[in-house]
Design a protein around this ligand. Structure first.
Ligand code: SF4
Ligand code: SF4
Length: 274
């Protein structure tokens, strides 16, 4: 397993639906979280730190990756580039699973062929260029979001975005540039505000599903709710309109659905108690 795989496995093990890590500095009850914070702090980079990296185009880090996790903005940008709807794009290039911790749908790029390579890898090069999903564009960096409270609670505190080196050794000592310049070259700084927004949204949706699962084990109802989450957060966009406005509208509608479902559950339980 190479360094990129190690990083992605770790991302997957933490908060599957944010593309990157989501952690709490005060979650001291979990040793694994404390370990992750220590590892992040050790490799943490500031915007002015120099990054030396070059790619030899061996293509290895784009094969056998089962956790190239996409956020809705990644999907929107890629769908728009191919003149597809986000749903059409997902049908062709992605699969969805339910995150073991978050309990919400996670969308990832589907590997193909005997070599299990990314469908966008041609002649060992990424054909998406500047449209790469954030998780790939960041490489060899990783990005984490730190909440200064209990990660299981929804918070209004502003989280801190942290960038760190993945530890990858590919082509080091060439093409030195600052971290900020690297991030800017892929538009990652522009999209940082969406990364923060997305982690907050997914925490809220995750809290809703996890609380629902505590009182209900009807798989069919859960499947309907997961389908609704996929539709509202990932699929229901017009690629010719502004993404951000549509995202907020879709999320508001999803919140209204969640409130209604919670109301029905409350009424059902109150009826059971009488
Ligand atoms: S970053 Fe480049 S050199 Fe490193 S594994 Fe990926 S394709 Fe190969
Ligand atoms: S999107 Fe590009 S960089 Fe990412 S895995 Fe696919 S080919 Fe590699």
């Amino acid at each position: 397993m190479n360094d990129k795989e190690l990083v992605k496995k770790e991302e997957n093990a933490s908060e599957e639906n944010t593309s990157e890590k989501s952690i709490s500095k005060e979650d001291s009850s979990k040793k694994v979280t404390a370990w992750k914070i220590a590892a992040l702090e050790k490799n943490r980079l500031s915007m002015d730190d120099m990054l030396s990296f070059s790619c030899d185009n061996c293509g290895e880090c784009c094969k056998h990756q089962n956790d190239l996790i996409m956020n809705p903005y990644d999907i929107f940008r890629l769908a728009k580039r191919l003149d597809l709807t986000p749903k059409e794009w997902m049908d062709l290039y992605a699969d969805v699973y339910i995150g073991s911790e978050s309990r919400v749908p996670v969308v990832r790029i589907k590997m193909i062929g005997d070599e299990m390579h990314c469908p966008f890898l041609k002649n060992n090069r990424c054909t998406l260029h500047r449209f790469k999903p954030d998780v790939c564009a960041l490489y060899p960096l990783g990005r984490a979001i730190c909440y200064h409270d209990d990660p299981k609670e929804i918070t209004t505190n502003e989280p801190e975005v942290v960038y760190f080196h993945s530890g990858c050794k590919c082509g080091t000592e060439q093409n030195g540039q600052t971290v900020k310049k690297w991030l800017d070259s892929f538009g990652l700084m522009e999209r940082e505000h969406f990364f923060i927004r997305w982690t907050k949204v997914i925490r809220e949706v995750s809290a809703f599903v996890r609380s629902l699962e505590k009182t209900m084990d009807d798989e069919e109802i859960l499947k309907t709710i997961w389908g609704l989450i996929i539709l509202q957060l990932y699929a229901d966009y017009d690629i010719h309109k502004d993404f951000g406005l549509q995202f907020e509208k879709n999320f508001k509608e999803l919140q209204e659905h969640m409130e209604k479902i919670q109301g029905i559950r409350r009424a059902y339980h109150e009826g059971e108690l009488q």
